[in-house]
Design a binder for this molecule. Structure first.
Ligand code: FAD
Ligand code: 8RB
Length: 456
């Protein structure tokens, strides 16, 4: 029980979103208690051990800035200026993400980021409990059941429950036992496997460090993100089933190696531990989670992956979750006594954005694995660059809107739709920009696209 007489706000999960939310709420003077299933990564090392990198973009950075943590996070980050597209013939070509180096995404280590956020949460006054897995919830009594690693479980008085326990959320499961959240899980049908490109023997990076590398191959692809130690986390995305190639047809490491030798020969030569990595790392599954409701009146709310897990292809899962945390913290600090109103407002404001980033993430898989080398796509990119230069206050590519602004995701989708319609109409009957009057095209953009909010 807290000094106020209420039990403290109870956060389930001290992953990326839970630890940032705990920091933001504690900084605003709320009493916060956090329960995390895993042991404390600061004492036992990060589980999994391997370094996994995530792409941090403006939305995530803006939320970290509110917690006063952006500078510290950026210190351990590697800037990525664009996509380095590796063609089957071994040539590589950088497609910039932004107009200049102020528009870059950053590769950060998940383990390092989580530890930094846990330290910040504690500094702000949040109480963290590890080896404490949420089991059941007694919503009427306001009590939760927590289990330790040995399985022994205890009951604990809980306050308002905030579920930051990830895609497999135990709080969501408990809420579902009580009420219908309108849950729908759509598997992508593709899985992923993580591999690694270590630093070359003399140190440095084996491939260009300041880029997100993509090997697009039509129905599948590899990507690689750099980290500060000089290695790259490589991820193969591939259909689970179906005719060659799919994970089903690559069950044997020898077959997998032969597949890489044919499709990604340049990458394979940089992966000395390919066989061990292939055998040791399981195939991960990808799905989109949709819920019609994220809260149980004022008693429990889901956010982050627990509410809206998405496929990874826009690199926005963490960014969206951080944006959730910042929005919720602001709403709760405004109206701490009425969690039901806050949760309803949060859901109403945020649900359309969650649906929008879910859709854009699915669309970006097609673009990454296929579109990045398609001639019509490249022509559209050229036109987009010309319009960006001529009409910067109205035209901004979807990638830039999503990655370098905090314009709500749903507005990004609406703008993208108008821009695509305009560009398709301008390009109709042309196969190069040379035959297009770009000044007239810019005039059409000025006439048909709404002004971007100032500051975007
Ligand atoms: P998580 O980070 O999954 O945290 C959930 C926490 O809850 C965990 O600590 C877990 O141990 C704990 N927990 C689970 N069950 C219980 C329980 N019963 N009781 C108590 N605690 C529990 N996003 C990006 O924006 N950019 C990227 O480049 C990117 N790359 C990714 C790469 C990989 C390999 C993966 C898997 C994801 C990537 N994502 C990326 C997505 C991003 O990781 C997630 O969107 C983000 O971690 C969601 O944060 P979260 O706190 O909601 O969930
Ligand atoms: N989850 C990313 C982008 C967009 C890149 C572009 C894409 C790996 C799992 Cl697949 C992917 C992007 O359009 O050029 N920005 O950041 C991160 C991505 O994958 C991450 C590393 C990932 N996420 C399960 C695996």
């Amino acid at each position: 029980m807290s000094t106020s007489g209420h039990p403290p706000t109870t956060i389930i999960g001290a992953g990326l979103v839970g630890s940032l939310l705990a920091t933001l709420l504690a900084q605003r003077g709320l009493e916060v208690e956090v329960f995390e299933r895993r042991p404390d990564p600061r004492r036992h090392g990060f589980q999994g051990g391997r370094s996994i990198n995530l792409a941090l973009a403006e939305r995530g950075l803006a939320a970290l800035r509110q917690a006063g943590l952006a500078e510290a996070v950026l210190q351990g980050a590697v800037m990525m200026r664009g996509r380095m597209v590796h063609a089957p013939d071994g040539t590589a070509n950088l497609q910039r993400y932004g107009v200049d180096d102020s528009e870059v995404i950053r590769s950060v280590s998940r383990g390092g980021l989580n530890i930094l956020l846990l330290d910040a949460a504690e500094r702000a006054g949040a109480a963290l409990h590890f080896d404490a897995a949420l089991g059941d919830v007694d919503f009427d009594a306001g009590a939760i059941t927590l289990a330790g690693p040995g399985g022994a479980s205890r009951r604990h008085a809980a306050g308002v429950l905030l579920g930051c326990d990830g895609a497999g959320s135990a709080l969501r499961a408990a809420m579902l036992r009580r009420t219908d959240l309108g849950e729908r899980v759509e598997p992508l049908g593709h899985g992923y496997k993580e591999l690694e490109i270590p630093p070359p023997p003399g140190g440095g990076f084996a491939i260009a460090p300041h880029a997100l590398h993509i090997w697009p191959r039509g129905h599948y692809m590899c990507i690689a993100l750099p980290n500060t130690e000089g290695n790259f986390t490589v991820t193969l995305f591939l259909p689970n089933h179906g005719p060659y190639p799919s994970f089903a047809t690559l069950a044997d490491v020898g077959v997998a190696r032969a597949f890489f030798a044919r499709q990604f020969p340049d990458a394979l030569t940089l992966m000395p531990d390919f066989d061990d990595d292939w055998n040791a790392h399981p195939v991960g599954q990808l799905a989109t989670l949709y819920l019609e409701r994220w809260h149980l009146d004022g008693r429990a709310l889901l956010l982050g992956d627990a509410a809206h897990a998405i496929v990874p292809f826009h690199g926005q899962g963490m960014n969206a979750g951080f944006e959730d945390a910042a929005m919720l913290a602001a709403l709760l600090a405004e109206q701490p006594e009425d969690s039901a109103a806050v949760f309803a407002a949060f859901e109403a404001r945020r649900k359309p954005d969650a649906d929008a980033i879910a859709a854009m993430s699915l669309a970006n898989y097609i673009e990454m694995r296929d579109g990045v080398s398609d001639p019509h796509y490249l022509l559209k990119r050229e036109l987009a660059a010309a319009l960006t230069e001529r009409v910067p206050d109205r035209f901004m590519s979807r990638y830039r809107l999503v990655s370098f602004t905090t314009l709500p995701y749903a507005d990004c989708v609406a703008r993208e739709r108008r821009q695509i319609a305009l560009m398709e109409s301008i390009l109709d009957g042309h196969d190069s920009l040379e035959s297009i009057d770009l000044e007239a095209a810019a005039e059409r953009a000025r006439a048909s696209l709404p002004l971007l909010p100032s500051g975007t």
